[in-house]
Design a protein around this ligand. Sequence first.
Ligand code: MRU
Length: 366
Amino acid sequence: MRIEGKAFTTIWLGDDAASIHVIDQTRLPHKFEIVTISNVAEAARAIADMQVRGAPLIGVTAAYGVALAMRADPSDGNLDKACAILAATRPTAVNLKWAIESTRRRLSGLPPNERGPVAYAHAAAIADEDVALCEAIGEHGLALIEAAAARKGGERVNILTHCNAGWLATVDWGTATAPIYKAHEKGVPLHVWVDETRPRNQGASLTAWELNQHGVPHTIVIDNAGGHLMQHGDVDLVIVGTDRTTASGDVCNKIGTYLKALAAKDNGVPFYVAAPSPSIDFTMDDGVAETPIETRSPQEITHITGRAADGRIETVCLVPLGSAAHNPAFDVTPARLVTGLITERGVIAASRDALARAFPDRAAKP
Ligand code: MRU
């Protein structure tokens, strides 16, 4: 995608393969900074501190983290250690585990002197595949937006999205935003309601920034506005991303997604989830009971960072001293509230049967 007109992806290899470069997402939208990652500890820190975030990008960064570790020391012991360090960074997005396991499978059994180059090639393949999956999701989701536009006789389609499942969360295109970018490029009139997505404000800081870069009409709303907008006919469809969708179609995504799905159901608004297959966990069934939900620092709730009038970046406290805060970062939307999953293989029902039919290669055999 583009930043100030220049083509960018979120992650790329340094010239010497001794490092990778990423966009520091903790600095956006106020500063555009690139971070260089030279070893597995730095890769793990970038994921844990959310310089890179979003389920697909976390997975790709982890794969490159293993490659950096294999370049330094391709022994079995170091492979185990690198995988363990990366796996401990963030618990919810299944793409992390998926990418680490896939890389480990590719490397184990290889003689140590082959592991470095193979690990880099594997990470690059995961990154390329991510771009292809997102683009395919874009094409399938485009048809949904075009159908909504046709229903409205060419009037603009209002799409609500939560958090950032945009190109910053992937290598390119995004998942939830891919259909939006495709439709915008094709001239379909649309407008995006961007949930601010407290506490880290990935919607207000990242999704709005991306859409701005691409000239996509959008408006930031507070997280609690969605139900009101839907009651007044101002939302034609909801499209969100996912960190982990279970074999039965339950969808884990950024905290607050569930409430949007409830409001959508109550108001007859279609609620779609853009779900690339690496975000589907076929080993898990009941999303509410089984998904490991990340709890992040209370400081993300009690403090907020922004740009002051003089351009300085400042962090201020929002709450009375001594008040406790609790910060679960994700929630689970049960499959019954999901209109459809936009996968790389088409739009399917959020159900065990539909998922097994679409992904017979991944689903567990009965
Ligand atoms: O905590 P984050 O910013 O990593 O959460 C991101 C989300 O919840 C996204 O919606 C999800 O990862 C899908 S990204 C295509």
